[in-house]
Design a protein around this ligand. Sequence first.
Ligand code: NAG
Length: 378
Amino acid sequence: MFDRHRLMDAPLRDFLRSLPAVRELVLDMFCAASLDVAAELGIPAYFFFASSASILAIYLNLPSVVANMGRSFAELGDSPFSLPGAPPFRAADLPKIVLDDDDATRAFLRLLERMPESNGILVNTYESLEARAVHALRDGACVPGRPTPPVYCVGPLVTGGGDDKHECLEWLDAQPDSSVVFLSFGSRGTLPKKQLQEIAVGLEKSGQRFLWVVRSPRSDERKFGDPLPDAEPDLDALLPEGFLERTKRQGLVVRSWAPQVEVLRHRATGAFVTHCGWNSTLEGITAGLPLLCWPLYAEQRLNRVLIVEEMELGVALRGYDEEVVKAEEVEAKVRWVMESEGGRALRERATAEKCRAVEALNEGGSSHAAFVEFLNSL
Ligand SMILES: *[C@@H]1O[C@H](CO)[C@@H](O)[C@H](O)[C@H]1NC(C)=O
């Protein structure tokens, strides 16, 4: 992937030259190599960082951390790790690409090292959600020995779906307020059949209403970047025998996809079991829902730390970093969030956070002001 980006330099250069007047370029983090094209054409370049400010704080620091570290992250294992702008985390919570030690790792670190060369970094977050990270970034504590470009927190940017009313929204219409647990593992998240079965047993035993998006299981040979299995899941073959029939009044299983933003904002939805991708996290927060964290890959284990330890907007399902999350754990956490005093307190914090997210985007709010500041800098 990194090599292919480099091959895009020439077409990008031609494209930019063909346009009448390109005033600035906004790049995804993975396109840091395009900084060279921007520099050659004299076009200021910015980044849009699609994850949190805390992840940005960690990532910007990683190249120098790695350069100064005697051993590998893998050797550090479970020992806690502290970097400016982020709560303590385990080295093992870092993305796999950082934990590995190969060409892709070096290419990734090189991208991160180049981000401070930009004219600014837009981040999909808002200041009050991540005050610690925002301050550390502004103080220059995350890029040792070099200046940090301006960081503009312009989120939460969340886009909702289409016009057609999906069948699951009609089902939600018939459910009581805040009574349904929604489970979805993101656009790339797939679980093995064994895990799907544990979830099914746990949900059924919890007695709580659920709406569950099930994708076809991943094959063990699938590598990062390989296409996802596009076959619709065969629910009868994947889920325990009789499950769909027994739970037809308790829950709904949807194949492959649901209009997530609409589901999360539906009055009947009461909690969100999420893989902690940053889009999903913001979608859950802006819907005011408590989060049950089940990280799968990339920076999602770090997001879990943020959500649980720093923001206190969720709890984790035990076992996500082991072989399987057991049915008993699914049942226990679903009941906890829906039935317990602790779950009620969590819901109240989530509701309050939703209001702060709205305020940030309103005129006079921090994200609105940051976006105006960004426009003025152009
Ligand atoms: C996150 O949301 C944005 C905006 O809706 C979308 O363009 C992007 O593809 C999403 N990212 C992932 C990983 O789904």
